[in-house]
Design a protein around this ligand. Structure first.
Ligand code: NDP
Length: 253
């Protein structure tokens, strides 16, 4: 995507990023801050989150709020408690990037471990829904809220071996579409981003034999992540965008 945002694109915006401790989410949090946003970091690993918070502090002098929440065990009550804490700290949320995700096992359906299946659904779908439900009141206080989910190519077209992960990303697309319809008369838009194959730990786990140098880095994807959080995309809702529109799914040769 050729997009050159103004450096103050996200000035005065408050944006929460899940899975902010690593990979695409970490890069998105740093990028949003570079473009003026106050970011709130969510993740499950305290040390990693603290390190990202420190990087943000070096970037612009602000120390961001950060919270640990393990989506594997998160209940609706945990999400509600977090939302209450946030409501005491910030007046609203202008953006939420649901980025945290779990891959599970890349094996045929007849070998999908039922517990791993449930874990993938819990992290990618159930906890993402619990968190969305809890954060909606804060998002609706924004005059231009942007709620962004993270999908995958296999969330639009199933592919052998992608089992729970593919099913969870289809559910993500569905959740996005339902919410977009429900809030289309209000100041909240809801969309998905499909990053496409990107140089991260999750990708390396999915394709251990692939040469990571052949993949785009999280930073390469940031134009779309910025565009969807800012005003330049303000009429877009209910859509699923590709950060690498010309990339064919599958291993990079
Ligand atoms: P990474 O594995 O690099 O990062 C995933 C992030 O999610 C980390 O911050 C991780 O925390 C966090 N996370 C994982 N499980 C939990 C949990 N139980 N509770 C809270 N946080 C958790 O993955 P990517 O950056 O590659 O993936 C980001 C998103 O992009 C995912 O939704 C993924 O499905 C999607 N995606 C990625 C593609 C790729 O090629 N990379 C392609 C298509 C989609 P921790 O640091 O503690 O591990």
């Amino acid at each position: 995507m050729h997009y050159q945002p103004k450096i103050d694109l996200l000035q005065n915006r408050i944006i929460l990023v899940t899975g902010a401790s690593d990979g695409i989410g970490r890069e998105a949090a740093l990028t949003y801050a570079r473009y003026g946003a106050s970011v709130i970091l969510l993740g499950r690993n305290e040390d990693k989150l603290r390190a990202v918070a420190q990087e943000l502090h070096h970037l612009n002098g602000d120390t961001p709020h950060w919270f640990t929440l393990d989506l594997l065990t998160a209940t609706p009550q945990d999400c509600e408690q977090l939302a209450q804490k946030l409501a005491g700290l910030v007046p609203r949320l202008d953006g939420v990037l649901h980025n945290a995700g779990m891959l599970g096992d890349v094996v045929p359906m007849d070998q999908q471990d039922p517990q791993t299946w449930q874990n993938v659904m819990q992290v990618n779908v159930n906890a993402t829904f619990f968190l969305t439900q809890a954060l909606l009141p804060l998002l609706l206080r924004s005059d231009a809220g942007s709620l962004v989910f993270t999908t995958s190519s296999v969330g639009r077209q199933g592919s052998a071996g992608w089992g729970a992960y593919a099913a969870s990303k289809f559910a993500t697309e569905g959740m996005m579409q339902v919410l977009a319809e429900e809030y289309k008369q209000q100041n909240l838009r809801v969309n998905c981003i499909n990053p496409g194959g990107t140089r991260t730990t999750m990708r390396a786990n999915a394709f251990p034999t692939e040469d990571p140098q052949k993949l785009k880095t999280p930073r390469d994807l940031m134009p779309l992540y910025l565009w969807l959080m800012g005003d330049d995309s303000r009429r877009k809702t209910g859509m699923s965008f590709d950060a690498q529109p010309n990339r064919k799914p599958g291993i990079s040769e």
